[in-house]
Design a protein around this ligand. Sequence first.
Ligand code: SAM
Length: 351
Amino acid sequence: MQEKRELINKLTKEHTLSFIEWKKLLQNPEKETAEYLRTCARKVTDRVFGRQVYVRGLIEFTNICKKDCYYCGIRKSNSCVERYRLTEEEILSCCQEGYEAGLRTFVLQGGEDGYFTEERLCTLVSEIHKRYPDCAITLSVGEWEKESYERFYAAGAERFLLRQETANEEHYGKLHPGNQKYSTRIECLENLKEIGYQTGCGFLVGSPYQTIDCIIEDLLFLERFRPQMVGIGPFLPAKNTPFEAEKAGSSELTLFLLSAIRLMLPEVLLPATTALGTARSDGRLQGLLHGANVIMPNLSPVRVREKYALYDNKVHSGNEAAEHLDALRAELAKENFTVAISRGDAPGFAK
Ligand code: SAM
């Protein structure tokens, strides 16, 4: 315990640990270690962001996908999914609803759906940008050529979320079919950063075949890559996928890692994700209490929320929904958090 405490102190002060040190910290963490890590992480979050929580309206605009990730419920080969695609008008009315509720960031997330060509996405992004010039637009639409990323950026998208999923190439190969290459994923992330996006990466916690060493490689990758945002969440099994019978990732470990990431990257934007909120009913609040500072209320039309089923039992009608922002505010106020009505840019990117 004493040794782990010292490692946490080092991480707080120097924002770095070696592979061996991470291994010591991550192996069988006791309750007291986790609590000490959490307290240090929350202190840093309070210093950098105060008790303000940034909110992003999440619009899951299509569940049609040409990729076949083994863990994902909306993978191409899952023929049991009822597929949907929102129209441009529907997406714009989600933005209007979100704007009225006080949201100033829209996250457009979807499968890699051939209908949404570069041209259509650019038209959509510029229309949102024109209608809501005080809002930030985040895209989470997977892998594209650098030129396409440049055009989305020119159209008004300033942020992009693309998790590496795992920073261990061999492990990546066990989670994806052979035509989905780890090198492409990483190249995409590097391109996004070079273009000037506030770039988000991240990984699944407890995905099949993941070892502690894989997790450490993810942490070292984050340290090297220096993203503006990091999304992590527990792997949750999804019906009719190759991993449907696998064990879910641990929410305790996810919380532990959120705290560790906060200490390593004090200024990073760190969401308490929907997967964490699905794994345990207090997941998002616990995420904030462990050093997260972002939540992403669901702005998608209610009728499609269940269909964007990346995993089983996804929460879809509680306080994670954008129409329940007031209830969310009240829930967070109990822990002294306030919901910011702002774009919530990464430090150094503020407009
Ligand atoms: N297509 C885009 C991409 O690949 O980045 C965005 C959509 S993708 C469905 C969004 C994220 O969902 C992925 O990065 C992955 O980490 C997460 N996800 C997918 N299946 C999951 C599962 N079974 N459990 C937890 N998270 C999952």
